[in-house]
Write a protein that binds this ligand. Structure first.
Ligand SMILES: Nc1ncnc2c1ncn2[C@@H]1O[C@H](COP(=O)(O)OP(=O)(O)O)[C@@H](O)[C@H]1O
Ligand SMILES: [Mg+2]
Length: 256
């Protein structure tokens, strides 16, 4: 689904350039569930932005869903983003004066889907994240976890093959983080490839593969228990959260 070959990316600076991604080699198969970890400044967001066609790169190769991404035009990149990719951000990025259902429907508005049809679909996707009863609420009337579930429904509505999430639980408490993580895992279980940037071990432990970046290079890549060097993927302190999440609405309804 994703293949990077010796990819380099730098940012131009006043008198030099900042080399951020340093020869990244990476393959991600369809349907994988991957966490990207690393210290602040190690290049995680830069990597996600390149993968999401939000930013270009200097040299090396990027293949997405079999297509080579060279120096493509913004129009072409926007087309690929709309047809293949979904995004989830730490700050939710919901439009404050639009209701939950209108926020979810927004990508379809840009695709010129008629209003009645896009709102009906948006209600279905809200239902899939357990928020059918919040469709008419504004973002400020929702909790952080609920807002992020609205954002996830918005990312899903255009039926992406890949979802890129940059610290999706970064603004949430640990219980809510794991609830959102369960929603993301259910989405992955339907076949969507999922990449999650996180610095929370409890979140990364609930993926199947952890890629650890250090100073723009991959310094670890494998199952969480291997990369963390311990055999405790789900700390006992979180067991009750996982148990209580699995019988609550959001995760269970996603199985369709
Ligand atoms: N648009 C930009 N212009 C210049 N430098 C940037 C830009 N975005 C990020 N950087 C720098 O690139 C490095 C990696 O940043 P980033 O990818 O955001 O790291 P992370 O997400 O791992 O914290 C940092 O040193 C950061 O300051
Ligand atoms: Mg970042």
């Amino acid at each position: 689904m994703i293949r990077l070959t010796r990819l380099n990316k730098s940012y131009p600076m006043a008198s030099s350039k900042l080399h951020v991604l340093k020869g990244i080699d990476l393959s991600i198969a369809p349907g994988e569930l991957v966490a990207i970890m690393g210290a602040s400044g190690s290049g995680k967001s830069t990597l996600l932005n390149v993968l999401g066609l939000l930013d270009g790169y200097d040299d090396g190769d990027y293949h997405l869903d079999g297509q080579r991404i060279g120096q493509m035009s913004e129009t072409k990149a926007a087309g690929l983003r709309a047809s293949l990719l979904g995004f989830v951000f730490q700050s939710f990025n919901l439009i404050p004066f639009k209701t939950a259902v209108e926020n979810v429907a927004l990508p379809l508005y840009y695709q010129e889907v008629p209003r009645r049809k896009r709102n009906k679909l948006a209600e279905e996707y809200l239902d899939r994240v357990g928020l059918a009863d919040r469709a008419g609420h504004l973002p400020r009337e929702l909790s952080g976890g609920q807002q992020q579930r609205v954002a996830i429904a918005r990312a899903l509505i255009s039926n992406p093959k890949v979802i890129l999430a940059d610290e999706p639980t970064g603004a949430l408490d640990s219980q809510t983080s794991l609830e959102v993580m369960e929603v993301l895992r259910e989405i992955n279980a339907t076949g969507v490839t999922l990449l999650i940037v996180t610095h929370e071990r409890e979140v990364a432990a609930r993926t199947r593969r952890v890629i650890r970046l250090r100073d723009g290079r991959i310094e670890g890549d494998g199952p969480p228990e291997t990369v963390f060097g311990t055999a405790s993927p789900a700390p006992a302190a979180f067991a009750h959260v996982v148990a209580s999440t699995s019988d609550s609405a959001p995760a269970a309804v996603l199985a369709t």
